[in-house]
Ligand binder design. Structure first.
Ligand SMILES: [Zn+2]
Length: 168
């Protein structure tokens, strides 16, 4: 994966002058267990966590390289460089700020699953922001996924990676 990343970075810098800078990726050998823990679909092959800009990839997927292109370059570039993507990321930072207050911690684990009393005074603010961010995400889902599929198809063809089956 490192050598593919190196080649794609080089290609993108030459072609469009940008690469994902803050985005990172993790290849999981225990992908299903990881998904179950954080309430993600364990039948998927990969997913992108907008909050931390992290691509989570299933190690034994036959489409690992393609999934990497989709998540890291598709969603990574979108969230780092587009106005809509940066807004999606900002919502997550705002939600994380409230989650820290709700939990009374300085640092959240990634993909936190909240377990707070429904009587906490910040809960209404949190739920309102959560709803707003989910609505914004759904309104822009076509852009978000469309861009990633286009990037995946473009880079997949260029770097000869087989087509992915199912990821989000
Ligand atoms: Zn996607």
């Amino acid at each position: 994966m490192k050598s593919l990343k190196h080649k794609v970075d080089e290609f993108l810098l030459k072609e469009i002058g940008i690469i994902p800078i803050i985005s990172s990726y993790v290849i999981h050998t225990d992908y299903e267990a990881y998904c179950k823990k954080f309430k993600r679909d364990p039948k998927s092959e990969s997913f992108f966590a907008v909050r931390g800009l992290v691509s989570h990839l299933r190690a034994d997927s036959p489409s690992l390289a393609q999934n990497f292109l989709h998540e890291h370059y598709g969603h990574g570039l979108f969230c780092e460089y587009s106005k809509t993507g940066r807004r999606l990321w900002q919502y997550e930072q705002d939600l994380a700020g409230l989650e820290k207050q709700l939990l009374g911690v300085d640092k959240l684990p990634e993909d936190v699953v909240l377990n707070v009393s429904a009587h906490h005074p910040l809960i209404p603010d949190y739920l309102k922001l959560k709803k707003e961010s989910e609505r914004f995400f759904l309104e822009n889902l076509d852009k978000y996924e469309g861009f990633a599929y286009w990037i995946e198809a473009w880079l997949g063809k260029k770097f000869n990676c087989g087509r992915g089956k199912f990821h989000n």
